[in-house]
Write a protein that binds this ligand. Structure first.
Ligand SMILES: [Zn+2]
Length: 290
């Protein structure tokens, strides 16, 4: 009995001891939102680097030599998939990486925008749960000795996401149905719109890479006036001038900034995914719910 007790104590000490830096699983996440998910599931058992950092646009990213080094050292590379990181396969290949590539959207039914899959699946909190489950399973497979820790972290984080999903629904229920429509710069909120019943119209399309034509913009302006769309929103990854011009020409007010494809730095409005979603629903309800 005494021996068993000491053994249990030893085990408890071993699991509670902080993991030394060199033993941490090295993971590269393609962009900031994935980096946040990986940190939540991996805790102190992983060391996470993101390629496309805060307030940066993953659609049009140009990898640097430092990124190739990060990729070469990684055990896992976590990507969104659905065509979001078009620049990544070449980078992985040129870095000579043997890392396992984990597609976080695996199992999500993609929405279509024209013939392309819409990559912005993280904007529905239900989908974020799938991302987290995929990340948990990949971490468990890569480091089975830490499996219980990863599972516990994931469970705790998934409970927070459940609460967040309820928070979004309760907040948006305050917007009268006739006012649940708005303009954003690029088409990043399709999954959010489908999950939560808002209508988003975007002049730019699914990637920030394309530019709207004068005819596209004229069409949007007509649409805003006809549908009496109450507000237009800026995005942290897109050029604000177009949205300001549309606002000036239609009288729709600028409802603030929505965070679509990137988190902010630590001191910004949206340093984590949960902060990002909360910021967005606050911006939406304060512009639309009156
Ligand atoms: Zn986007």
């Amino acid at each position: 009995m005494q021996r068993l007790f000491s053994l249990v104590c030893l085990l408890l000490i071993a699991t509670a001891a902080p993991v030394r830096a060199q033993e941490r699983l090295k993971i590269v996440a393609s962009f900031s939102i994935l980096g946040d998910f990986v940190r939540n599931v991996g805790g102190d058992r992983v060391s996470v680097t993101t390629l496309v950092g805060p307030d940066s646009d993953a659609h049009v990213y140009s990898p640097t030599p430092a990124d190739a080094k990060k990729i070469a050292d990684a055990r896992l590379i976590v990507i969104n998939g659905l065509g979001f990181e078009g620049w990544l396969p070449r980078l992985v290949k040129s870095a000579g990486s043997k890392a396992t590539v984990v597609t976080a959207t695996s199992g999500i039914a993609p929405l279509k925008l024209g013939s392309d899959a819409d990559p912005h699946a993280w904007q529905s909190v239900a989908n974020a749960r799938i991302y987290v489950g995929n990340i948990r399973d990949a971490l468990v497979a890569a480091d089975p000795a830490s499996a219980q820790g990863f599972r516990d972290n994931a469970e705790a984080y998934l409970a927070k996401l459940d609460a967040l999903d309820r928070e979004v629904r309760e907040a948006l229920a305050k917007i009268p149905p006739s006012r649940r429509k708005l303009i954003t710069n690029h088409d990043a909120f399709g999954y959010f719109a489908t999950a939560y019943g808002l209508e988003f119209i975007a002049p730019v399309g699914v990637s920030t890479e394309s530019e709207p034509s004068a005819r596209d913009i004229a069409g949007i302006i007509t649409q805003i006036k006809a549908a009496m769309i109450p507000a237009v929103f800026l995005e942290n990854v897109s050029d604000p001038r177009l949205i300001r011009r549309i606002s000036a020409e239609t009288g729709a007010k600028v409802g603030g900034t929505l965070y679509s494809d990137s988190l902010t730095a630590e001191k910004g409005d949206a340093p984590t995914y949960i902060d990002m979603v909360r910021h967005n629903i606050k911006a939406l309800t304060s512009a639309l719910a009156n």
